[in-house]
Design a protein around this ligand. Structure first.
Ligand code: PMP
Ligand code: GLN
Length: 387
């Protein structure tokens, strides 16, 4: 018997990351699509997790997270962003950023509330908004005259905000464009939201991967913005461990209380030995995340220099481990079609940008992940240079 389910998410298929990685594996292509490093976390960190696995830290952790991990995050945040979070009331460990985002959206968004996202928008936001009964409003990022840099369109945000706006979702450092925020951006956002009732959800999973000497400007570090913000981070990016699904949500106490009401019934707690291991390592090895910008900047520069002489147009990414390549001098195909064709025919998989947009304004650009060993980057660039 066949049946038709009245889906709560009729327009949602399988994520582009799963689709492209699956295709890359199927045809044996170099996979620069889904964002994950081809290298391991530091050995001392995996040793600490093994230690806890083997010494009995295998039962439920406290619902907000292992205290030692929360303390290590408080210390890091105080040092880098100048804000000392209350370890008991302003921080919750969650199952990767994905759970943090989902719990935050579920906790805040009510039926018919409007939520503003900036396109291209990471793909997990809108389904969570829809499930919560909310309505997603898309504001495209602006593309600079140079054709490469993306930045928030504050005038459009101002024009889209209204009494029904419950939440604005931000993601800087931005996946997939690498855009970052300036101090002026933060001040403008504060000014725009000052007399409104809306909250801010800031996805900062690439907090430690910002290049060319720029700092990461967190909403956490801005006194006025902090009071209306939930900030979500992930150790998956920071420690080359996307498979651990370990992240956190920092928010003022009243927002954290709402966040935990949902978190406790989605996952309740997060893997105990992983939390203990990361707590030890995070506290004792700040040099690991401090060297991350240099580490990834070298990868970015290597990938970009390998592509010199190719027919792609690009400007080195300002942050994240993704490089955008504009293929308009090579093809006029739709990005989604081209990403599939090149995976099959050229043997390099990438991510199209228009799938993250309500209108296809990002046009002829593909995203390539450079969190890979040199041999992989060289092999991919060789194929891309031939196009
Ligand atoms: N937000 C953004 C912008 C991401 O790029 C990712 C994953 N790469 C996530 C959220 C999800 O993070 P996690 O794997 O920790 O759930
Ligand atoms: N965030 C990762 C990316 O941008 C993918 C995460 C996923 O596969 N859901 O590539």
């Amino acid at each position: 018997m066949t049946r038709t389910i009245d889906s709560k998410l009729p327009d949602v298929g399988t994520t582009i990351f799963t689709v492209m990685s699956h295709l890359a594996n199927e045809v044996g292509a170099i996979n620069l699509s889904q964002g994950f490093p081809s290298f391991d976390p530091p050995e001392e960190l995996t040793d600490r997790i093994s230690f806890y696995l083997k010494s009995g830290a295998n039962q439920y952790a406290p619902m907000p997270g292992v205290p030692a991990l929360r303390e290590a995050i408080v210390a890091k945040t105080a040092r880098i962003q100048g804000r000392t979070l209350n370890v008991d009331t302003e921080l919750t460990i969650c199952t990767g950023a994905t759970e943090g985002l989902f719990s935050a959206i579920t906790a805040l968004v009510r039926r018919d509330d409007e939520v503003i996202v900036f396109d291209p928008a990471y793909d997990s936001y809108e389904p969570a908004i829809t499930l919560a009964g909310g309505i997603t409003r898309h504001v495209p990022l602006l593309i600079d005259d140079n054709g490469h840099d993306f930045r928030p369109d504050w005038d459009r945000l101002r024009g889209t905000l209204n009494d029904r706006t419950r939440l604005v979702i931000l993601n800087f450092p931005h996946n997939p464009t690498g855009a970052i925020l300036s101090q002026d951006d933060l001040d403008t956002l504060a000014e725009i939201t000052r007399d409104t009732q809306c909250y801010l959800l800031s996805d900062e999973v690439y907090e430690h991967i910002v290049f060319d000497g720029e700092p990461h400007r967190s909403l956490l570090g801005h006194d006025e913005l902090w009071h209306r913000s939930m900030v979500i981070c992930s150790f998956g990016k920071t420690f080359h461990a996307t498979g651990w699904k370990l992240g956190y949500c920092a928010a003022p106490a009243d927002l954290t209380e709402e966040f935990r009401k949902v978190h406790q019934f989605t996952v309740f707690t997060v893997s105990t030995p992983t939390q203990h291991g990361v707590a030890d390592y995070l506290g004792s090895h700040p040099e690991f995340y401090e060297q991350l910008p240099r580490f990834y900047q070298e990868k970015r520069d290597r990938f970009c220099s390998l592509l010199e002489g190719s027919r792609f147009r690009f400007k080195p990414a300002q942050s994240t481990f993704f490089q955008l390549l504009d293929y308009s001098d090579i093809s006029d195909e739709r990005d989604a079609d081209l990403a599939v064709r090149w995976t099959r025919e050229i043997g390099v998989a990438s991510i199209p940008l228009t799938v993250f947009c309500e209108t296809p304004f990002t046009g002829t650009r593909l995203r390539f992940c450079f969190a890979k060993d040199d041999a992989t980057l060289e092999a991919a660039a060789e194929k891309l240079r031939d196009l």
